[in-house]
Ligand binder design. Structure first.
Ligand code: PEP
Ligand code: MN
Length: 342
C-alpha cells in the first residue's frame, strides 16, 4: 500500500498516518517527493488488516490517495522509489546514467595471472576488477578457487591498480571474511535464493551484486533483492546472466536481454548484464555486450583471461586481452553514438 499525501500536508498529518500504520505492527516508509510526501507500507498485509487500515487512513486529514501496490516486492519496486538508484563504490558510480564495465578472469589463479588481467582492465578504461576466490563449481573435482589466498591477491592487485574489486561469497558465514577484502560482494546465480546469505550480505552494508538464478522468474529475482534491501542495505545491483536455455548446442545459457527493460521499468536498481555466462562462448560475448549497452543496461561484467586456453575455469567464454580491448573500443564508439557515457 502507498498513501499519497496532499500537497502541503502537515508534519502532524504525516505522523498520524505513520502511527496508524505502526499500530498494525509494520514500520512505514516515508518517501518525500517533489511536491508531496508518500508513505509506503513495505510489508504484505492480510485482507482484514488492509480493510481496517484503509478505513482509518481514509479519515485522516491531508491524505490524498490510498493505492494498493501491484508487486510482491516493495523496497525494490519503482512504486516505492521512483528515481533510479545509483551505487557509489569509491570513485565509481554504478547506475544513474553511465555505463560501467567489470572485467577480469573467472577465477583468481595466481598473482601473475590476476595482475596481468588487471592491467588490461585498467588500460582499456574499465573500472571494476572481477575475480572469483570461492568458486561454485558443478563438479566437486573442478578447481574450487584459491579461497582466502585468492582474496589476498585480489585486494593487493585492487590496491595497486586503484580498481574497484568484486568477488563472490557463497555462504552467510563467509560474508565477513570476503567483506574484509573486496569492495562489492557478488552473490552468484546458484545462490540467488540462499536466504541466510542474502540476509548476511544485507547486514554487511557492503554493495551487493546479485545475479539472477538460471531458473528464476523476474519476481523471484526482485524478491531476492528485497531480502538484502530489507536489512537496510540500499546498495543492490542486479545482474542478468542468462537463464536455462532451450538449446545448449550453441550457447551455455540464454541471455535474457528483455529482462533489462523489464527490470528497469519495475525496479529502480541498477542492472548489469553478464554476456560471458550468458553465452558461454567467447566469440558471442562482444556482440551481446553491445546489445546490453543498446538495450539500456547500466553496465556489463565480462570474463577476460591473459591466456584463456590455460584458464582453470570458464576458459571457453573468456576474452583474450586483445579481444577485451577491442570490445571496449567498440563499446565506446557505440556509446558515443547513442549518448551513453562511460
Ligand atoms: C561467475 O561470475 O564466475 C559465476 C560463477 O557466475 P554465475 O553465478 O552467474 O554462474
Ligand atoms: Mn565464471
Amino acid at each position: 500500500m502507498i498513501i499519497v499525501m496532499q500537497i502541503g500536508a502537515t508534519r502532524e498529518q504525516i505522523d498520524q498516518v505513520a502511527d496508524a500504520i505502526r499500530s498494525k505492527g509494520v514500520e512505514p516508509l516515508i518517501m518525500p517527493g517533489q511536491d508531496r510526501v508518500a508513505i509506503g507500507i513495505p510489508a504484505s498485509l492480510d485482507n482484514d488488516q488492509r480493510t481496517d487500515l484503509t478505513a482509518v487512513l481514509g479519515v485522516i486529514e491531508g491524505v490524498s490517495k490510498i493505492t494498493h501496490t501491484s508487486h510482491p516486492y516493495k523496497l525494490a519496486s519503482r512504486e516505492f522509489h521512483r528515481a533510479d538508484t545509483s551505487v557509489q563504490v569509491k570513485n565509481v558510480k554504478i547506475g544513474g546514467g553511465s555505463f560501467v564495465v567489470m572485467g577480469g578472469p573467472c577465477s583468481v589463479e595466481s598473482y601473475e595471472q590476476f595482475s596481468s588481467a588487471a592491467k588490461i582492465v585498467k588500460k582499456s578504461g574499465a573500472t571494476i576488477l572481477r575475480g572469483g576466490a570461492f568458486k561454485p563449481r558443478t563438479s566437486p573435482y573442478s578447481f574450487q578457487g584459491l579461497a582466502e589466498e585468492g582474496l589476498k591477491i585480489l585486494k593487493a592487485v585492487g590496491d595497486e591498480t586503484g580498481l574497484v574489486t568484486i568477488s563472490e561469497v557463497m555462504s552467510g558465514d563467509m560474508v565477513s571474511l570476503v567483506s574484509d577484502y573486496v569492495d562489492i560482494l557478488q552473490i552468484g546465480a546458484r545462490s540467488m535464493q540462499n536466504f541466510p546469505l542474502l540476509i548476511e550480505a544485507g547486514k554487511s552494508g557492503k554493495p551487493v551484486f546479485l545475479k539472477r538464478g538460471p531458473a528464476a522468474q523476474i519476481d523471484d529475482f526482485l524478491l531476492a533483492a528485497e531480502y538484502v534491501l530489507n536489512q537496510g542495505n540500499s546498495q543492490v545491483i542486479l545482474c542478468e546472466r542468462g537463464i536455462i536455455p532451450l538449446d545448449r548446442t550453441y550457447t551455455r545459457n540464454t541471455l535474457d536481454l528483455s529482462a533489462v527493460p523489464v527490470l528497469k521499468e519495475h525496479s529502480h536498481l541498477p542492472v548489469i548484464v553478464d554476456p560471458s555466462h550468458g553465452t558461454g562462448v567467447a566469440k558471442y560475448v562482444t556482440p551481446m555486450a553491445k546489445a546490453a549497452l543498446v538495450v539500456g543496461a547500466d553496465g556489463i561484467m565480462v570474463e577476460m583471461h591473459p591466456d584463456p586456453k590455460s584458464a582453470l575455469s570458464d576458459g571457453s567464454q573468456a576474452l583474450t586481452p586483445n579481444q577485451f580491448e577491442k570490445m571496449m573500443a567498440e563499446l565506446k564508439f557505440l556509446g558515443n553514438a547513442i549518448g551513453v557515457e562511460f
